[in-house]
Write a new protein. Sequence first.
Length: 345
Amino acid sequence: MYQERPKLDDYMTILIISDISDLQVYWVTHFLNKWGINHQIFSPAEYPLKITQSTHLSSISPDCDQWVLENGNIIDPSKIKSVWYRKPALPQLPNDLKDYEREYALNECRQSLYGLYNSLDHAFWISSIHNLRISSNKPLQLRMAISLGFLIPETLITNEPKQAIEFAERFNGNIIYKTLSDGILYTREGPWEEPRVHGEIYATFLSGIDPKVFGAVRNTPCLFQEYIKKDYELRVTVVHDKVFAVEIHSQDCSRAKIDWRKANIQDVPHKLHKLPRNIREKCLALVKGLGLEFGAIDLIRRHDGEYVFLEINPNGQYGWLEDTIGTQISEYIAKVLAGKTEKYV
C-alpha cells in the first residue's frame, strides 16, 4: 500500500538521509528551497564525530529526542513529516580506535541510528529501509513481475554446473550471466570501512559452452537468462504515482549492446517514451507491491513490440536522465515529499 502523504503546512520538516556528496539531493532541495519548505540533510557519515545526539526516555514524561548537526541545526523526530532515504554512507569513526573497538562503535552507532529511524515511523518515507532491503532481491523481483503479468527472460539460478550447461544448450549457448547482488568487487578491512572498489561485474553475454567456464558455477550461485534481441532498453522511473519512461538506444553503441552501463552514457541516444497503459500500470503495481515509493525499473522492447521486465533498483540513480533528456524526476520527488501532488493512487 502507498503511505498517506503528508499534508502541507507551515511547520513541515522534511528529512533527507544521504551522504552530502550525492548531487541528486541538491536537485531536490532546490525545489524545496524555492517553495520555502523546511528541510534538513542528515548524513550518517558525520555521526558521531560531527553530530551529537540525546534521547531521553521515561515512563512518566514524553520522550525527548534531538540530534544536533554540525551547523547547529536540530532535528526533532516528532516534527518530521517526510523522509527521503537516499544514499547514506557509513558513520565515520576515530582513526585511533583498535579494530575490535571500531566494530563495537559501529554497531553502537547503527543501533542508535535505527532508533532514530524507528522514531520516524509516523512520517512518510521514500522509501522504507526495510522494504528497500527486501525488494533488492532479484528472485523476489522476478516472481512479483511474473505475478503481475510481465514477460521476463527465462531464468535459471543455480550453483550446479550440469544445470547451467543444460540451460545454455537450450538456447544454443546464447545466454546472459548476471549477478544476484550489485556486482561490485571490493575489499575492506572491516564493516566499519567504506569499500575500496576494484571493479564491477556487468551483464555478460556467454556465446558457446565451455565446461571449464561453467565448472566455476559450483563456487557460487549464478543467475543465467536467455538472451533476448531488442530494439532498445527502457529505464522506467516510478515516483509514487508518476511514471517517467526513457528509451536507451543501447543497440546504437557497441559498448552498450549487452549492458549500457559499460558505455559512456553520453554516447548512448536517449528518447522520452510513452508506455502502453497496461505496462505503465504494471510498473506502478510492481513498485507498490514491493512497498516502495520510488523504483528504477529496467525493461527491454523486443523486435515484436513486446516489453520484457529485467529488474528494479529500489534506490537507483536517475540524475543522468535529467541531464540527458530533461526528465523532471527531482521536482516530482520534492512534490511528493512536500505533499504538493494533486492526486492519490
